[in-house]
Design a protein around this ligand. Structure first.
Ligand code: 5GP
Length: 187
């Protein structure tokens, strides 16, 4: 039976890097490409990292009941398209969703058996360093501050997650996430 893995954790925790490593190490993993109204960062590709769409297109998707979940945060709208996920699961793939804590709670209401993993960077200092050092990313002080504030709120939700992975050493974090997926696949 195909599974859903929800990866949450603050923007800057390293979720995307971990997920792209996992896709290389494990067969049959499918990444859910979210829709967002935020602007692409340098190096991000439309259709691969996100579907970058307008607010009007996003609203159309909502009206057409096209999202499994959606949530406005950090000054933009983000949502998980339902159809591609259903197809991937029907085709026998395990799906990975990279979504924040509100979205994760909404998915769990619909799909309680989804496996939740919280990725935490280790400390707020490390998180701030990563947000500031992000390649191709010229975040304003305000954007950094809002991400740190959201991170504090998200950390309050850590207890609701089935697994926690600390990403202060990338290789170890990837190995732990790989172990989680392998273990869940054996159940
Ligand atoms: P970023 O703008 O840094 O790519 O992502 C900001 C936050 O939005 C991250 O915590 C990420 O997990 C979350 N996010 C990305 N896609 C979705 C989505 O489809 N739904 C929800 N609820 N959150 C998302």
């Amino acid at each position: 039976m195909a599974r859903i893995f929800i990866f949450s954790g603050p923007s800057g925790a390293g979720k995307s890097t971990i997920i792209s490593e996992l896709k290389q190490r494990l067969p049959n993993l499918w990444f859910s490409v979210s829709c967002t109204t935020r602007k692409p960062r340098d190096g991000e590709e439309n259709g691969t990292d996100y579907h970058f769409i307008t607010q009007a297109e996003f609203d159309e998707m909502i009206n057409a009941d096209g999202f499994l979940e959606y949530d406005p945060h950090l000054g933009a709208s983000y949502g998980t398209p339902a159809k591609p996920l259903e197809k991937a699961l029907a085709d026998g793939f395990d799906a990975i969703l990279d979504i924040e804590t509100t979205g994760a709670a909404n998915v769990l209401k619909k799909i309680p058996e989804a496996v939740t993993v919280f990725i935490w960077p280790g400390s707020f200092e490390l998180l701030e360093e990563r947000l500031r050092g992000r390649e191709g990313n010229k975040m304003s002080e305000e954007q950094i501050a809002s991400r740190l504030e959201k991170a504090r709120k998200e950390l309050d939700e850590i207890g609701f997650y089935r697994y926690t992975v600390i990403n202060n050493i990338l290789d170890r974090a990837v190995a732990e996430c790989e172990a989680i997926i392998r273990e869940e696949r054996l159940k």
